[in-house]
Design a protein around this ligand. Structure first.
Ligand code: GAR
Length: 257
């Protein structure tokens, strides 16, 4: 069986981008598989879509927590428990805190309905129309602590036509989003697969809050200590074995002479 990157998708609403990723993952050659879909809104229609596709879902309702830190800790733990290696934000309408983003450095991607760096934030389609722009589109990018500002993976452009309103433009962009997201996630998953240590002990590394930026976190300190103790035991054993062997040889020599 080919190795696939374990994807966790975060949604807040209808989940059409999530569905585009679900469909892409049905291709046996696609380098990722979706292991969990999480919504911060219990009523998100995307949850039913995911369940229909046989994907485990979870609701982590941000309003049920005393604050952002508690919500994000719970989210983090859920992702770790599911051994998620790549997080895809698909219409997830909450800004993730810098602490959370740093724990998942280079492992969160987002889709946004504008040609970033133009129109980060809310209602980018309406703002592009209001500015009289002739072109818009969508961007998939790696998430960094600054909103909608991380390295761009894929962009797709659409024209803004005379007579367009927010709905018609959003629909035109959305069609391109459904192509752009699977394309960008493929790039990310292939990148992670190429990096030999990237997928190994993600869980332990993230549990300890280590940055995965350089993917050089394959050494778990507890295992290192265990290996050192074993090596020490082995060295002791070898030393005593040599002493005993030499003593026997000396005794034999004395006895024979
Ligand atoms: C999509 O247009 C997506 O680009 C946008 O929300 C919509 C979600 O649709 N995301 C953002 O604006 C994030 N800043 P979907 O739930 O059908 O995928």
């Amino acid at each position: 069986m080919i190795r696939k990157i374990r994807i966790g998708i975060l949604i807040s609403g209808r989940g059409s981008n999530m569905n585009a990723l679900v469909e892409a993952c049905t291709d046996p050659a696609y380098p990722g598989r979706i292991v969990t879909v999480i919504s911060n809104r219990p009523q998100a229609p995307g949850l039913a879509l995911a369940q229909k596709a046989g994907i485990p879902t979870a609701v982590i309702d941000h309003t049920a927590f005393p604050g952002t830190a508690a919500f994000e800790e719970n989210l983090h733990n859920h992702l770790i428990q599911n051994e998620v290696e790549l997080i895809c934000l698909a219409g997830f309408m909450r800004l993730l805190g810098a602490g959370f983003v740093r724990k998942w450095t280079d492992r969160i991607v987002n889709i946004h309905p504008s040609l970033l760096p133009d129109y980060p934030g809310l209602q980018p389609q309406a703002r592009a129309l209001a500015d009289g722009r002739r072109e818009s589109g969508c961007t998939v990018h790696i998430v960094t602590p600054e909103m909608d500002a991380g390295p761009i993976l894929v962009q797709r452009r659409v024209p803004i036509l005379p007579g367009d309103n927010t709905e018609t433009l959003s629909a035109r962009i959305l069609e391109q989003e459904h192509l752009a997201y699977p394309e960008a996630v493929r790039v990310m998953a292939e990148r992670l697969l190429k990096n030999k240590t990237a997928n190994y002990k993600t869980e332990a590394a993230l549990q300890k809050g280590l940055s995965m930026e350089n993917h050089n976190v394959s050494v778990n300190p507890e295992e290192l200590a265990r290996a050192r103790a074993m090596w020490k035991d082995f060295a002791h054993f070898t030393k005593y074995a040599i002493i005993v062997s030499v003593s026997i040889l000396v005794l034999m020599a004395v006895f024979l002479l």
